[in-house]
Ligand binder design. Structure first.
Ligand code: PRP
Length: 525
């Protein structure tokens, strides 16, 4: 006869183990309804993982929602009575993942009340032990919104500039962080410090000196003291070595002010645990206590696979750009002679150089990398702007240079057009964003190629498309009207692969960057 454990699926076993772990530490189960008034989420949209929510009309005509989040319900129902509440939950939430709504199982815990450093260390230790309970090789990375927020406060900036910088920090995008600081007129010291902070990825002891150097004010000093104390406490409980600092983990500064953290298991290409200190969320509910918690996304466990081979896999875009990109890898010492053979093979291994190449359709590179089918990839900035994949953007390779432009038949005037502007494009998001910033409504006509035909046949007024030499426009009696953005090829990395293969990927990037600066001079230093 099967044992009780064998009768349970992997998810159920995990739930049982996590519940028992949290109970041992004095956490009480919190149960809640699947429905909430929609208002709760409408007032706190940026706290949610996705803005999409399933709504329905309840009794009395009230707009109700299928719960997309657990923390907000707990916070809403918790009184500020000065007592510490230690709660755990095992609930389903309804979230949109970009393709459709999914019902997801979450197990997590929340502490609300007076939160001290010992409790913070207990929560981090429980996050670590939760990952261990799920199996595989865990990793827990910590960031501190107080430290990031303090550094951002050291220069005067608008909310929009802050969110643009945060976006670049979260993708470890050093080249754009530098360019934005220059564009905004921030000093060289701030630019250097923020770029250095985004790049950090290591144990506290290995980056403490650098963090002291970057620290600029009382807020960053206080955050640093808290991190120091936390690491000492974690060390005392036998933890710490698998726990790195990574300031590319960022969250909304209006909800989070202290530590935030993400947990990973080798083989699962996205975070499986997410948590942090969210006192500012409580303030919005008139509650002046402290709060810290985390959630584990159990559905991801089905993606847990044994660690694969040790080669770094690289998605190259098929075509001329891919060939140029491969030449850069080869020059940096990552050659794979077989790749030159005339065949229809798509995968090429070079075990001696620890690298595997795939040829992928250029517009698919970011999908392979974001989903972890490739560790790194080479992709045009146009694709990154269009699809906004959650990846690290580590290097601007300076190849594949072109522009995304608005173009039309000679003599056409966008400003004089009296009807809603019809825009044909392969880049609907870039086009909407561009015209949205001008407050202009457009009718997007999505096409997959030969975009230049659209205005010629009266299908659209203008096109938003790539212009490299300008030859295609010229030969079709079209002309560029405005440049939306300059494009070049970028080296991107899956965020989790970057963490588990940190040494190999950062070595590869340094070698490539060295080679690029040898070829192109100062640009890449
Ligand atoms: C791209 C772009 C333009 C052309 C511009 O097309 O969509 O059509 O290149 O290059 P040029 O300025 O040097 O003339 P692509 O070759 O990708 O084919 P597509 O038309 O099928 O998208």
């Amino acid at each position: 006869m099967d044992s009780f454990d064998e009768l349970l699926g992997r998810d159920e076993q995990a739930i049982m183990r996590l519940r028992s772990l949290y109970r041992q530490f004095g956490y009480k189960q919190y149960k809640m309804s699947r429905f909430e008034e929609y208002e709760l989420y409408a007032d706190n949209k940026t706290f949610l993982a996705s803005g999409e929510i399933i709504t329905f009309t309840g009794a009395g005509g009230k707009l109700m929602a299928l719960r997309p989040d657990v923390t907000l319900s707990i916070v809403k129902n918790t009184k500020d009575d000065g007592k510490l509440k230690k709660l755990y939950y095992n609930e389903n939430v309804f979230r949109h993942d970009g393709n459709g709504f999914k019902e997801q199982t979450q197990v997590g815990l929340e502490c609300i009340g007076p939160i001290d450093i010992n409790l913070m260390s207990e929560v981090l230790a429980l996050a670590w032990r939760s990952l261990e309970e799920l199996g595989g090789s865990p990793r827990l990375d910590i960031s501190h919104m107080g430290y990031i927020g303090g550094l951002l406060k050291s220069v005067e900036m608008t909310a929009e500039q802050r969110s643009e910088l945060l976006r670049r920090i979260s993708s470890k995008n050093a080249s754009e962080l530098g360019a934005l600081c220059n564009e905004y007129g921030f000093g060289g010291e701030f630019r250097e410090k923020i770029t250095a902070l985004a790049a950090l990825y290591d144990h506290y002891d290995d980056v403490a000196a650098e963090l002291r150097r970057i620290s600029v004010n009382e807020e960053t000093d206080a955050a640093l003291c808290e991190l120091e104390e936390l690491y000492r406490l974690l060390e005392r409980s036998g933890l710490g070595r698998g726990i790195n600092l990574d300031f590319s983990i960022v969250n909304d500064l209006s909800y989070y002010s202290g530590i935030i953290f993400h947990g990973f298991l080798e083989g699962i290409p996205v975070k499986i645990l997410s948590g942090g200190r969210y006192d500012k969320l409580l303030r919005k509910f008139g509650n002046h206590a402290g709060a810290i918690g985390f959630a584990v996304y159990l559905d991801l466990l089905e993606r847990l696979s044994p660690a694969g081979n040790q080669m770094i896999s690289v998605a190259l875009p098929k075509g001329r750009l891919g060939e140029k990109a491969y030449a850069i890898f080869e020059a940096a010492g990552y050659g794979c002679p077989d790749i030159h053979e005339q065949s229809r093979r798509l995968v090429f291994d070079s075990p001696e150089n620890g690298v595997r190449y795939f040829w992928v359709k250029p517009s698919d590179v970011a999908i392979y990398v974001e989903r972890g089918a490739a560790d790194i990839g080479i992709v045009g900035k146009d694709i990154l702007l269009e699809y906004s994949p959650d990846v690290y953007e580590l290097l601007d390779l300076g190849i594949g240079k072109c522009r995304v432009c608005v173009a039309a038949e000679k003599g056409f005037s966008v400003t004089e057009s009296e009807h809603t502007l019809r825009v044909a494009t392969k880049f609907p998001n870039i086009a909407r964003d561009y015209y949205g910033k001008q407050g202009r409504d457009i009718d997007v006509i999505g096409l997959n190629g030969s975009i230049e035909l659209a205005p010629l046949l009266g299908l659209s007024d203008v096109i938003v498309d790539i212009v490299e030499t300008g030859k295609t426009l010229l030969e079709n009696n079209l002309e560029p009207i405005e440049t939306i953005v300059d494009i070049s090829a970028r080296l991107i990395s899956n965020k989790v692969s970057y963490k588990f293969n940190h040494e190999a990927i950062s070595k590869m990037c340094s070698k490539i960057a060295e080679n690029l600066s040898d070829c192109f001079g100062e640009t890449f230093k």
